[in-house]
Design a protein. Structure first.
Lengths: 396, 188
């Protein structure tokens, strides 16, 4: 992005405007384009898809009336929420209450700055990219705690406190899992991490050695917990806390929290893809065609990231919500020690030679493939055991 | 069991149960949803799938109504109002109105039991939504029409035969308190 602007300045496209002004305008434009062209439709369609997938997994249909198969449901929901009354309770903090949704939203949107959609398709390739992501996504805690406190409501406050405890705790396993990859790649830059991997699964960091394989699942679980997703959604547990920190919110401010939540799903998937699954790497076949290569890179990255969004929906439909003590126990008793083990194990693998490391990587890959095959055998068994009425079509 | 063993067993159980649970939810993607998409995306209208003794909104076949007023008298909440007067030209009695207020009706079925010809009966219809209560009053005699007079010992009018048969069949099989002997048959 900056290189592109520098090129334009050199060509004299801005008639001698100060460099800083051009940069500022460029940043605002990039933010607007990313928000309106990519993030908003993505979060909206994700919300619709989640409801459909979730419904099918529970033998329901889900929203299928607005537009073909209900794909415009998110627009209808958005319009409805914009037209709703924006209520600020009299007892709420009049300044912090309206501010909180935007802090949450900012925390998630800032992450898009360093997400590498392609080799050249990135807003800013910061040299501390992954650290930046860990930092800005933690801003969500501030917003949630602010919402919980400013609502002046015991449900909201409890939700906010739980969320703060949860996100701060799960930062540790997430950070340690990220650290394994940072050690292997030797850089914090998102593009640098991707360039250290290859296009094939055998070159991905997830199959680098058995410890990175475990680290990936630790990272994904911790990221789900940081994103307040089921089974870790105790901050907004309906059965205990009404709606947690969003209890007092209505209309568009309410929507902003969920906008951030669904958008955050994609950020989780994108970071997991970047760190562990080779990002936008495509085979060398595309090298001769720059445009085709760009499209292929974007598609590869998008599909890989969206697969993990699907997995998050799938987990949400599968697992029940954990208790607060179980949540903290899972983090501090299991995930933190295990992520330390993964970190130390990966350090150990950095000392052995490439050939034997490749053998362990191949064993890990083989284990993963065997697990997937076994998984589909189990799916077939579950399907046959229930003797259901089969329906293979995605639409209904 | 040692502490370490139980620790490892916990991890193993968590992974195994998540794996199994996810395979179950994934298999649901290939199953047909239970939802019936009323009212439009269904193979046949719901009305056609209802049982014959279903007590839907009342309907009246005025062609075979004798005007005996038994239904109006027995209705506990007087939701049926019938007006009958003498047509001065033809010297025959005729209905001026035959209204059933569906708002009031409590679907007790008493009227259909006392009807001698089975003219008033419950239909399979249940979609009674209306924008105002007046829209829920069903007018069965929009213009004056003659009463049905069975001929003494004679033949029924040919064009009414099917209607009379439907009414009597309804009376025999569905409207009588013991279900036309259906309960006795079941007991056997």
């Amino acid at each position: 992005m900056q290189a592109f602007l520098d090129q334009l300045i050199q060509d004299g496209a801005f008639a001698g405007l100060p460099k800083e002004v051009v940069y500022a305008i460029g940043m605002v434009l990039a933010a607007v384009v990313v928000l309106s062209v990519f993030v908003a439709p993505l979060a909206g369609v994700t919300s619709w898809l989640e409801r459909r997938v979730w419904a099918r997994m529970q033998s329901r249909v889900g929203p299928n009336r607005v537009g073909p198969q209900g794909i415009l449901q998110w627009l209808a929901d958005g319009i409805k929420n914009i037209m709703k009354e924006d209520i600020i309770p009299a007892a709420a903090d009049q300044k912090l209450f309206p501010l909180a949704p935007y802090i949450v939203f900012m925390g998630f949107l800032c992450a898009f700055v360093v997400i590498p959609f392609g080799e050249t398709l990135i807003v800013a390739d910061l040299n501390i990219g992954i650290l930046y992501i860990l930092a800005v996504t933690s801003l969500v805690v501030v917003g949630i705690l602010m919402a919980g406190w400013a609502s002046n409501n015991k449900w909201s406050l409890l939700g906010g406190m739980r969320s703060a405890a949860q996100i701060v705790s799960y930062e540790i396993p997430a950070g340690l899992s990220v650290l394994t990859i940072v050690f292997l790649a030797g850089t914090l830059s998102m593009q640098g991490i991707i360039k250290a991997q290859g296009w094939g699964p055998w070159d991905w960091f997830i199959f680098h050695n058995p410890f990175t394989f475990c680290a990936f699942f630790l990272f994904f679980t911790a990221a789900l917990a940081e994103g307040n997703r089921t089974p870790f959604d105790i901050p907004e547990a309906e059965s205990e806390l009404v709606a947690g920190y969003v209890t007092e919110y209505s209309g568009m401010r309410f929507l902003f929290f969920f906008f951030a939540e669904w958008g955050n799903l994609y950020v989780i998937g994108a970071v997991a893809t970047t760190l562990f699954m080779g990002g936008w790497q495509v085979p060398a076949f595309f090298d001769g065609y720059p445009v085709l290569k760009g499209v292929a890179q974007f598609t590869t990255f998008f599909l890989k990231a969206y697969f993990w969004v699907f997995v998050a929906m799938w987990i949400r439909a599968t697992l029940p919500r954990v208790r607060v003590d179980q949540l903290m126990g899972l983090c501090w008793k299991y995930m933190v020690p295990l992520s330390f083990v993964c970190l130390l194990g990966t350090i150990g693998f950095m000392f052995i030679d490439e050939i034997s490391r490749r053998v362990f990587g191949a064993i890990t890959l083989g284990f993963a493939v065997a697990t997937i095959i076994n998984f589909f055998r189990r799916v077939g068994f579950q399907f046959r055991a229930a003797k259901p009425e089969a329906y293979w079509k995605p639409h209904i | 069991m040692g502490v370490l063993t139980s620790y490892v067993k916990d991890i193993q159980a968590a992974i195994a149960s998540t794996f199994e649970g996810m395979s179950i939810t994934f298999s649901h993607l290939m199953r047909k949803p239970m939802t019936i998409q009323y009212p439009d995306k269904i193979p046949v209208p719901i009305q056609e799938t209802l049982p014959l003794r279903y007590r839907g909104i009342l309907e009246v076949d005025l062609d075979i109504c004798t005007g005996c007023l038994a239904c109006e008298r027995i209705c506990p909440i007087t939701c049926i109002t019938i007006g009958i007067d003498m047509n001065k030209e033809t010297k025959q009695r005729q209905f001026t109105h035959f209204d059933i207020d569906v708002c009031k009706c409590m679907y007790c079925g008493l009227c259909s039991e006392v009807c001698p010809t089975g003219a008033i009966r419950h239909s399979q219809e249940f979609e009674g939504a209306s924008y105002n209560p007046a829209g829920l009053v069903r007018h069965f005699a929009p213009e004056p029409s003659n009463l049905y007079k069975p001929k003494k010992g004679g033949e029924t009018e040919p064009k009414l035969i099917t209607k009379v048969d439907i009414g009597l069949k309804y009376l025999d099989e569905f409207a009588t308190p013991d279900g036309g002997g259906a309960a006795e048959e079941e007991a056997k």
